[in-house]
Ligand binder design. Structure first.
Ligand code: SF4
Length: 477
């Protein structure tokens, strides 16, 4: 499982690798190029709220396509891991000085392998260190093989109020190909049990674009899922990741690679079927009806603050408690044993801190916000760029106007957003928009300002080839 619409994995890496990108201790504007920004940008006020992500890094079995930060070990010292999660949550909440947590998401790995007692302890620590409203969305990712009705009831008693179930497919042959631990019948049972316990708040993940999968097979699988699901579905195109068993089989010629045209058709078919079934296509990979949008993931796409707890977790917040005044990208130590030692010795396992420049923050806001149907609102843009408006950047003749004329993009009173057609092509649109932003932000002839700064977008989507991801090519300067 652990497939998500967006993982903040690539963002920090891009920021760190970017020419002039900040390293630990670098302040905004310290880079050689965007130091020449046309107007000074005041430090944003520290929001008193944040979302919180908690990473449970263990799985029982390695799926054939997965390169997430997960570990299959003979035995997990759950009390030690749980104590470290509690300790790190307390530390990072203190460093952020966040007063209220808007949502909590337990991801992995397979967090449904953790005991409800551990989940409850983390939530109690969060509620003890910051306000955690009773209405806050608290999601747990669950694998169907560790989602019995009794376990799910235990998670509900622990404080979980939303489940995200890694169904992936309702076809046993496809599940075997994916190396999943569960059968289609187990997935059905888990979703039915979850819907009884979490009515209206059960999401399912599905994968498409499997080697050898036909358009008809995908449409039939999705129709079956529509007969089973609740009010939220996440769809991900399978991507072949280096080092995985599935990629080796496809690249070695044992399995066929799905043609790009077929993948695009599968995505369009799915969008049409889900919209016809009453779902709102509110993000590139996510669909909801009856208002069941994931508020936690929305906080990523709206570039709000979030705190990442656990091995390899990422965060974005201002560390006021450490004297910081600027938003940082933070990455926790990947490997669980090393992470635990760090948490035990200094209270947290933060491995890397990167102060994000104002331009980098705007790039993230753009790349993430455009994934949603609401896009980047004027208000949100103004929070990050009070002096250079959306119109000032994208309302002038240039790439954005060209994209508007072609029907891919909209800039109006609501802000900047993709059209329905444009959402599917975000990958292709984003490089041009980032170039336009960079040009407006810094004079074209600024020394050190080169195409390299636009080579990669600050988003990472491990599972959606249709989604914003690696942006190739420069700004043509
Ligand atoms: S359950 Fe499978 S896909 Fe999910 S993190 Fe574990 S190995 Fe990866």
């Amino acid at each position: 499982m652990a497939i998500r619409g967006w993982r903040p994995v690539a963002a920090a890496a891009v920021a760190a690798a970017r020419p002039g990108g900040g390293g630990p201790g670098r302040g905004p504007g310290a880079g050689p190029a965007w130091g020449a920004a046309p107007e000074p940008v005041p430090e944003p006020a520290a929001p008193a709220t944040a979302a919180l992500y908690v990473h449970w890094p263990y799985c029982r079995k390695r799926c054939s396509y997965c390169n997430f930060n997960k570990y299959v070990v003979p035995a997990v010292d759950e009390s030690a891991v749980g104590a470290c999660l509690v300790q790190e949550a307390r530390t990072l909440l203190r460093l952020s000085q966040v007063q209220s947590i808007t949502s909590v998401f337990f991801g992995g790995g397979t967090p449904s392998l953790a005991s409800p007692r551990t989940i409850a302890a983390v939530l109690e620590a969060v509620a003890g260190a910051a306000h955690l409203p009773a209405s806050a969305e608290v999601t747990l990712e669950a694998n169907p093989s560790s989602a019995s009705p009794a376990r799910l009831a235990g998670f509900r008693a622990a404080g979980i109020n939303r489940l995200s179930i890694g169904v992936q497919s309702l076809d046993d042959a496809e599940l075997r190909l994916l190396g999943r631990e569960h059968t289609a019948a187990e997935a059905r049972g888990a979703v039915e049990a979850a819907r009884r316990l979490f009515p209206g708040r059960t999401s399912i993940d599905l994968l498409f674009g499997l080697p050898g999968q036909s358009q008809d097979a995908w449409a039939q699988g999705l129709a079956a899922a529509l007969g089973l699901c609740d009010d939220h579905i996440s769809l991900y195109q399978l991507t072949l990741e280096r080092g995985t068993a599935l990629a080796a089989q496809v690249w070695g010629g044992t399995l066929p690679a799905p043609p790009q045209d077929l993948l695009a058709d599968m995505y369009q078919t799915a969008c049409a079927m889900l919209v016809a079934a009453g779902f709102r296509h509110y993000e590139v990979s996510n669909f909801a009806r009856k208002g069941a949008l994931s508020t936690h993931n929305l906080s990523y796409w709206r570039a709000e603050q979030y705190i990442g707890v656990g091995p390899g977790a990422h965060g974005r917040f201002v560390p006021w408690g450490e004297g910081g005044r600027s938003r940082e990208a933070r990455v926790q130590t990947l490997e669980p044993d090393a992470w635990m030692q760090e948490v035990q010795s200094r209270g947290h396992g933060t491995r890397r801190r990167v102060v994000l420049s104002p331009l980098e923050q705007l790039e993230e806001l753009l790349a993430l916000g455009l994934r949603t149907d609401e896009g980047v609102t004027h208000e949100r843009w103004g929070q990050f760029s009070p002096q250079l408006s959306l119109e000032a950047v994208f309302g002038e003749p240039g790439e954005a106007q060209d994209l508007q004329q072609q029907g891919w993009l909209l800039l109006d009173g609501g802000g900047l957003r993709c059209s329905v057609r444009g959402l599917a092509l975000l990958d292709s649109l984003l490089p041009d928009l980032l170039c336009q932003l960079q040009r407006r932000w810094a004079p074209p002839a600024a020394p050190g300002w080169g195409a390299g700064a636009a080579r990669r977008s600050p988003t990472g989507d491990r599972a959606g080839g249709e989604a914003a991801g690696v942006v190739s090519g420069g700004c043509g300067e």
